[in-house]
Write a protein that binds this ligand. Structure first.
Ligand code: G6P
Length: 606
């Protein structure tokens, strides 16, 4: 979704802003623009389409002089994705330029008010009212104008502001939408995403809601919502620039698939010390009184939660429900202090997930976040957090984000089962041993790369695909199906294998592709019957099974074998061939794999 960058320093700002915007491309956008301040004048260049258009229009930034500026990638919410609606937006008299992420909910009322005062609007965006409100309140004091403007805005947003009368100064505002300050040497930055900063500095300050920062080349002043100057600590980002680059791979998605053994190792290994699970700072007493667990998330993180539900229930014998955050937040959930809410999010910034977390916390729930981005909103809002050490994930379709979430859920289930006294010492030790084997098992699944690429060629022309499975296999089917649709645009339907006969089997015809997940050994024979049922109606079956499962050849047309695992953790290696399958099908079909149409990496609006 939308991305913001800002720079104040001694070098020309435009090339730095363009470079920052390129780093944000992965988030998904449809137009982009920059504004640079020079000698009391603000110059703006913006355009529909990719950043390259903006580079061409500005000769890679060289046509714009000035050492401070702001930039934006826009994912359209209010108004079509065209040049006029692209950010930055400028006040009528050219005094202010503004970039904005999020939504100003009361923009219609404010627009009406400004129109009555004579302001004119060119775009359909909610952002243009911010530029003109700043102009309305500006009497020479930039901070005062920003504070007054912000006090009028409802909604969740972050802003970057440039004022013609304040050379070398940029202003950042955060209200329920991420914004991070980058602390450099004789230059400072802001960005909505740390990936836009790491090429320049690893020293960052995480702004909190309601805070405003005024940056120049030599200073960063931060104010709270009441306008009081505050001190904030600087954190060090551990991601390096290589981690956010392709490193020789054709796509980020393939690189990230290949990184999974390392990502899972980095996530699990430091938490297992001398045969015991040590989960950061979670106190032993944290589970006292917990009677139920709700897992909430969106997208693939929700599907990771679907796997987690089976594992936690099985080991902890506590009822677990998994709820889409966009549903949970609005259905008046029954929650009290005996409820543990587990929130899962790669970015830590998904708007619905944040809202569900806030809602449940207000109702008294305990909260634990499984999150990848350090210092993100969800990481900071939850009582406790377990980071997935997956490193930056750039491809829109998550891979290592998902598998590290599933691995953490397994780790958590074993940890909690032990704290609750629900498993024996022997089982505890056995499960820890199995968790530690996951990175090498995932490596063997990743090594299926060329076999899957060959299978994808065979199946690339199918236009309707079913994914079926039972229990954890079903949860994996949900994610496998999502991967295929989001990057290859092929219609696919995940279904609980036992449910097929209650409707979808009517759609099975000659050559319908049914991808059958058969790694949950306990229910293998049942799934086998479902394979027979679809085969009898002409379907082509591609099965994913454990190595050594020869029976599958009697029924399936093709099979992919992943290493045999503890059934509770089988989802982690099992999803890998499905990720690769989606990747190679999308490649066969010429799709834009890293940036699928209409999708955004981090969904920061409702
Ligand atoms: C978007 C992404 C998905 C992701 C979902 C939740 O839809 O494209 O890959 O699973 O958001 O994101 P989160 O950052 O909260 O895990």
């Amino acid at each position: 979704m939308c991305g913001i960058v800002g720079f104040a320093g001694a070098q020309p700002a435009a090339p730095i802003l363009l470079d920052g915007l390129k780093k944000l491309e992965y988030r998904g956008y449809d137009s982009a623009g920059i504004a640079v301040q020079d000698g009391g004048l603000i110059s703006v260049v913006k355009t529909r389409g990719v950043i390259k258009n903006l580079c061409d229009k500005t000769d890679n930034g060289s046509t714009l002089s000035g050492t401070s500026g702001i930039g934006h990638t826009r994912w359209a919410t209010h108004g079509a994705p065209d040049d006029v609606n692209a950010h930055p937006h400028v006040s009528n008299d050219g005094m202010f330029a503004v970039v904005h992420n999020g939504i100003i909910e009361n923009f219609a009322v404010l627009k009406d008010e400004l129109e009555k005062k004579g302001y004119r609007f060119e775009s359909q965006t909610d952002t243009e009212i911010v530029a003109n409100l700043l102009d309305l309140y500006y009497k020479g004091d930039l901070l005062e104008a920003v504070m007054k403007t912000v006090s009028r805005l409802d909604g969740s947003y972050s802003l970057g502001v440039l004022c013609a009368e304040h050379p070398g100064k940029i202003v950042a505002v955060r209200e329920k939408s991420p914004l991070i300050l980058g602390v450099g040497v004789k230059e400072n930055y802001f960005a909505s995403d740390v990936t836009a900063l790491v090429a320049h500095t690893r020293n960052v300050i995480y702004l909190d809601d309601g805070e405003v920062a005024v940056l120049t080349a030599d200073s960063i002043d931060i104010y709270n919502a009441s306008g009081k100057k505050i001190e904030k600590s600087t954190s060090r980002v551990i991601w390096d620039i290589e981690a956010a680059e392709k490193g020789g791979y054709e796509h980020f998605m393939l690189k990230e698939i290949m990184e999974q053994p390392r990502a899972i190792l980095s996530t699990l290994e430091p938490r297992i010390k001398d045969g015991r699970i040590v989960l950061d700072d979670i106190p032993d007493s944290y589970f006292d009184g917990v009677q139920r667990i709700i897992i909430t998330a969106c997208g693939s993180a929700y599907y990771a939660g679907c796997v987690g539900r089976y594992v936690i229930e099985k080991l902890c014998r506590i009822p677990v429900t998994v709820e889409l955050a966009s549903e949970l937040r609005y259905h008046d959930p029954i929650i009290d202090e005996n409820t543990l809410l587990i929130v899962i999010s790669q970015s830590g910034e998904t708007a619905d997930t944040i809202a569900a977390l806030r809602e449940c916390k207000e109702r008294g729930a305990k909260s634990l976040a499984i999150v990848n981005v350090v210092g993100s909103t969800i990481a900071r809002l939850a009582d406790y957090r377990i980071y997935t050490w997956a490193g930056p994930e750039i491809a829109v379709a998550t891979t290592k984000g998902y598998t590290t979430q599933v691995a953490v859920l397994g780790l958590f289930a074993v940890f909690a089962a032990d704290k609750l006294g629900r498993i024996t010492k022997e089982r505890y030790a056995e499960l820890i041993g199995e968790l530690l084997k996951l990175p090498s098992k995932v490596q063997r699944a990743v090594d299926l790369n060329s076999h899957i690429s060959y299978l994808a060629k065979r199946y690339a022309s199918h236009r309707d695909v079913f994914f079926i499975g039972r229990n954890i296999d079903y949860a994996v089917a949900l994610e496998g199906s999502l991967k295929l649709k989001e990057i290859s645009y092929i219609f696919s339907e995940p279904y609980a294998a036992g449910e097929l006969k209650h409707g979808p089997i009517a759609l099975i015809e000659q050559d319908t592709l049914v991808i059958t997940l058969c790694c949950y050994d306990e229910l293998f024979e049942k799934t086998l019957s479902n394979i027979e049922q679809v085969k009898a109606r002409g379907a082509t079956v591609l099965a994913v099974a454990h190595e050594g499962n020869g029976k599958i050849f009697h029924v399936a047309d093709d099979a992919v074998f992943v290493p045999d695992s503890e059934p509770l953790f089988a989802a982690v290696p099992e999803i890998i061939p499905l990720q690769l399958f989606a990747y190679y099908i999308a490649k066969e079909n010429g799709c834009d794999i890293d940036k699928p149409k209409n999708l955004a990496k981090s969904v920061t609006v409702e």
